[in-house]
Design a protein around this ligand. Structure first.
Ligand code: CO
Ligand code: ZN
Length: 332
């Protein structure tokens, strides 16, 4: 699992440019599904059919997004510096000193203009230094996108990487595909695109899958570091079962179903109320005439920085929980 997460997090796939991750998942899941398709938005949709004799199987959509936050070049200065705009929720305070890698392989360092005491960092004051001194023959074009450049590492038994949001969800979905043997349900594992810019891939894929039930796998925030308030989520205290976030209220029947499953597995779990942000579950819930949805969240510190930290124990428990949820008959 660690190797899988390392490989996934070290791919570069800002929203709209997910193909490196999609190709990796296709190779990794060979032989684990019955049907595969890629839709116009680039969503990878893998169907694992219910075991024979399963009666009237329910369609469960399990979504994990392939894309990551990043930046897009908007202007090349005469002296070679690249101005940029965010792709997704980039925090300006995390930028100075960060490194980025463009999809074409060009690497850069983010600098910030001289600031007066008390000034806040803004994206407009930042630039990418790719080590060239002029705009002539520049390796970056306007519209080129980049992801944050940071290797996976292990810190005190925790896993740290850029794009843990949401490659950890992708890794969990792959592990669940491996773990599910005979399921009572038709399981659609959907690796979605463009979540970070507004759950766009989940919107089209949920329309075509037309599921009876949806589960998103994604990271959530944390409340267990100094002066971090407002969220009762701890690393290592179990996967979180989402009750509400800023864009969605989980179906209470789905929440109850998830909690009963965690209790049956005798695993720790946490109840999640997230004040900011949302997930693919929002788009699934609002597809067609509406779908009951819930989210299994992985507690993650420093979300949307280049060093997102998770506890592998939570990941192991999430795989166990989701495997049970998608395998057994569902009666909401
Ligand atoms: Co995110
Ligand atoms: Zn995410």
């Amino acid at each position: 699992m660690k190797q899988l997460v390392k490989s996934l997090t070290e791919k570069f796939a800002p929203s709209g440019f997910e193909s490196p991750v999609r190709e990796f998942i296709e190779a990794e899941t060979k032989g684990l599904f019955d049907e595969m398709r890629v839709d116009a938005l680039g969503n990878l949709i893998l169907l694992k059919k219910a075991a024979k004799g399963a009666g009237q199987p329910k369609k469960i959509m399990v979504a994990a997004h392939m894309d990551e936050i990043g930046v897009i070049a908007t202007h090349i200065e005469k002296d070679g510096f690249v101005r940029f705009a965010p792709i997704g929720g980039v925090y300006p305070r995390n930028l100075p000193g960060s490194r980025v890698r463009f999809v074409n392989g060009t690497r850069g360092v983010i600098g910030v203009e001289e600031m007066k005491p008390g000034d806040a960092v803004s994206i407009e004051k930042c630039y990418i230094d790719v080590g060239v001194l002029s705009d002539a023959g520049h390796p970056v074009c306007i519209g080129d996108v980049a992801g944050f450049d940071r290797e996976f590492s292990e810190v005190g038994g925790k896993w740290v990487a850029k794009a843990m949001d949401d490659r950890i969800g992708v890794a969990i979905a792959i592990q669940v595909m491996r773990a599910v043997k005979d399921s009572a349900n038709d399981i659609y594992f959907v690796f979605t695109t463009q979540e970070e810019v507004g759950t766009r891939g989940a919107e089209t894929s949920a329309y075509s899958v037309d599921p009876d039930l949806g589960i998103a796998l994604d990271v959530t925030g944390w409340g267990d570091t100094p002066n971090q308030k407002g969220l009762s989520i701890k690393l290592g205290a179990g996967p979180a079962i989402k009750i509400k976030d800023a864009g969605m209220i989980s179906d209470p029947r789905v929440v109850k179903w998830m909690i009963s499953a965690a209790e049956a597995e005798e695993m720790p779990y946490q109840r999640e109320v997230l004040l900011g942000g949302t997930t693919d579950a929002r788009a699934i819930q609002l597809a067609r005439s509406g779908v009951p949805v819930g989210v299994v969240s992985i507690p993650c510190r420093y979300v949307h920085s280049a060093s997102e930290m998770i506890d592998p124990i939570d990941v192991e428990n999430a795989v166990k929980l989701v495997t049970r949820l998608v395998s057994l008959p569902v009666h909401l």
